[in-house]
Design a protein around this ligand. Structure first.
Ligand code: ATP
Ligand code: MG
Length: 646
């Protein structure tokens, strides 16, 4: 459902921005006409030990498939994120850490960051970790998580960060997949006033998987945890015995930097592999461009480092750009639902980047918890992770941003390393709910199921016709799965898995995963569109829509609806919601079934798992699949129980 309103670039933004409309047009053209020259010039933003002379070497064809960027370049990521800033910024805050409790915060300067990362690198070396070894990180959002990532990068080890909310089973699977011999964890995590038994989870995971020789345990809460002799090492003691200086390992641009398993909303998690040069370049370049970022500005991305968003926009992008990055241990609703905005005021945050799922949850609480804070330091808002429904966009813009702040709705994936489609605050007029236009150098197409290229205003499957430096290089240990998943559906093109609409202005509207597109009586519809219409209703907090087999229509529309606090579920409301969707989109989109859902199954990163909702809607309860990455598996049981009534 498109919002007719256009929010033009303000004169102040056009004035101050690094890239204005003309600059954006020119950059797109340059990137198209001479990609090697364009990217070679752009890549000078990094400090290279040996500057690359071969810029791009890519083929998406099966016969000679390869993705290589800057392949003869040599650099080190930790050097780029720390050491090179020291001469001028030793005392600038690199990491602003805000703990779970509002009384708990800390500023870490670049000078301190250097010492801490070197120490951890030396501890890893002392434990026998070498270039190319995989190191699993299972940590809370504490500065040590960033130290550990950068320490690996410093010595050329490959990190695999596993979100601290994952179960022992999920952790074991990820340790096994990349055969790590070392795990870095903490005694406990702390989120929303509750402790998470991280070390105990590691112990449980290691009963299921062999090969781990060392567990480094960082002290967070000070809880008394069991230590296995000969395997477990208290980090503080080990760190006290090593030097706080450690040289950076020269790395080839195509050496692996990290593995990160996708959230698993579409199936078995994939070990997405990113390499050194292309990834760091992309994280840094997009962070500067999309957030119009200048060194030293206070940047807050609320994502956990367990997700790619935390990798690219909590750690690597901001630090490569000599930034001050805020790292938040807690949750949006602890101790109160004003917490985000209080943190903004406390640390004078200038740029704030979060996910629609958090915004929708906060929106439910009304405007007062936002309005009671100042937010005067903010100048830019961002969104990532899901399509942001226009209703949430407008709330973000009007209530959080008081109508004065642009919103960058950034579309990207774990696979893409960083943002690919997004407005630029000084160059792009905004439309609520649209990720707008591709960044320079990103070539999008919409194709139909047969691969036919679709022109003009239309809907189809989103593909990318050429490589960009931040593209993933393979699925760890499974090149075949990499090719099959992304390059076989539409030969010669990268298939995103997402459905998308392009409007008459050439703006892109992600409509959700292609698997989630429903076909009602021959009309293709994105689930996001129907969900947005439902959420627009005053009584609805959240909605998830899936298709189910329907005798007449082919597919019917099945809507799971969570009501706002205090609203009672009843049949008249169902009728009202159906009528409301008819009015908003048209009769074709009217839900055939509405299922009152006290909660929705979500991945740990807050995305709705429609795969499971589809099964429940189809009444196929025997094969719900892998639910281990769900935030709260209990939600599924509740939905199954109430299924009969629908
Ligand atoms: P898996 O691949 O394991 O199913 P996932 O796709 O949820 O997990 P991510 O890589 O974190 O893992 O998410 C990328 C997906 O999130 C995109 O393909 C898209 O569907 C959605 N997405 C991210 N940002 C946006 C956005 N701004 N607008 C619309 N959709 C978005
Ligand atoms: Mg995905």
């Amino acid at each position: 459902m498109s919002d007719p309103t256009l929010y033009p670039v303000s004169p102040e933004w056009a004035e101050r921005a690094l890239m204005d409309k003309a600059g954006y047009g020119a950059a797109r053209q340059q990137a198209q006409q001479g990609p090697d020259a364009f990217w070679a010039q752009a890549a000078t933003r990094l400090d290279w030990i040996t500057a690359p002379t071969v810029i791009k070497n890519v083929s998406f064809d099966r016969a000679d498939f390869r993705i290589r960027w800057f392949e003869d370049g040599v650099l080190n990521v930790a050097w780029n994120c720390i050491d090179r800033h020291l001469p001028t910024r030793r005392d600038q805050t690199a990491i602003l850490w805000e703990g779970d409790e509002p009384t708990d915060s800390r500023a870490i300067t670049y000078g301190e960051l250097h010492g801490q990362v070197c120490r951890m690198a030396n501890v890893l070396k002392a434990q026998g970790v070498k270039k190319g070894d995989r190191v699993t990180l299972y940590l809370p959002m504490i500065p040590e998580a960033a130290y550990a990532m950068l320490a690996c990068a410093r010595i050329g080890a490959v990190h695999s960060v596993v979100f601290g909310g994952f179960s022992p089973d999920s952790l074991a699977g990820r340790i096994e997949d990349c055969a790590s011999r070392i795990v870095i964890t903490a005694d406990e995590g702390l989120r929303g006033g509750k402790t998470i038994p991280l070390k105990a989870n590691v112990d449980a995971a290691l009963e299921r998987v062999s090969g781990v020789e060392t567990v480094l345990v960082i002290r967070r809460t000070g809880a008394d945890v069991a230590m296995v002799a000969g395997r477990d090492v208290a980090y503080a003691e080990a760190a006290a015995g090593v030097s706080d200086d450690c040289p950076c390992e020269p790395m080839n641009a195509e050496d692996p930097l990290f593995i990160l398993y996708t959230s698993g909303s579409t199936g078995k998690p994939k070990g997405v592999l990113h390499t050194t040069g292309g990834y760091l370049f992309w994280a840094s370049w997009t962070h500067e461009l999309v957030f119009d970022y200048r060194p030293g500005e206070v940047f807050w991305c609320t994502a956990d480092v367990g997700w790619v968003t935390g990798h690219s926009y909590v750690v690597y992008g901001p630090l490569a750009n000599a930034g001050t990055t805020l790292m938040f241990e807690g949750v949006p609703n602890y101790p109160t639902v004003s917490r985000f905005w209080e943190v903004v005021d406390k640390h004078k945050v200038e740029i704030f980047y979060t996910a629609p799922t958090a915004l929708r949850a906060l929106m439910r609480e009304g405007d007062e918890p936002v309005k009671s804070t100042s937010r005067a330091s903010l100048r830019l808002l961002g969104s990532v992770g899901e399509p942001i429904n226009p209703e949430a966009w407008r709330w973000y813009h009007e209530v959080v941003g008081e109508g004065r702040l642009p919103i960058v709705d950034t579309w990207w994936q774990t696979e893409t390393g960083g943002i690919l489609v997004s407005p630029l605050p000084g160059a792009t007029d905004l439309k609520p709910g649209s990720a707008t236009l591709p960044l320079p150098g990103v070539e999008l197409q919409l194709v139909d199921a047969e691969g036919q290229v679709l022109e003009g205003a239309t809907s189809g499957n989103l593909v990318i016709t050429d490589s960009w430096p931040g593209q993933m290089r393979t699925v760890y240990g499974d090149d075949q799965r990499f090719f099959d998943t992304y390059f076989s559906a539409y030969p010669g093109k990268y298939f995103t898995g997402d459905g998308c609409r392009r409007d008459e202005d050439g703006y892109y509207w992600i409509t959700g995963r292609v698997d989630d597109v429903i076909n009602v009586s021959g009309h293709r519809m994105g689930t996001a569109e129907v969900e947005s219409a439902l959420v627009l209703h005053d009584d609805v907090a959240e909605a998830a829509v899936v298709g189910f087999p329907h005798d007449i229509k082919g597919q019917g529309i099945y809507a799971y609806v969570t009501l706002n606090k205090g609203v009672e579920a009843h049949d008249d409301l169902k009728k009202a919601l159906v009528a409301h969707v008819r009015k908003e989109i048209g009769p074709i989109a009217a839900p055939d079934a509405i299922h009152w859902a006290p909660g929705l199954p979500k991945t740990r990163s807050g995305k709705i798992m429609r795969r499971i909702l589809r099964k429940i809607a189809e009444n196929d309860l025997t094969s719900l699949g892998d639910t281990s990455t769900l935030a709260d598996p209990g939600v599924v049981d509740d939905l199954v129980k109430t299924r009969a009534q629908h």
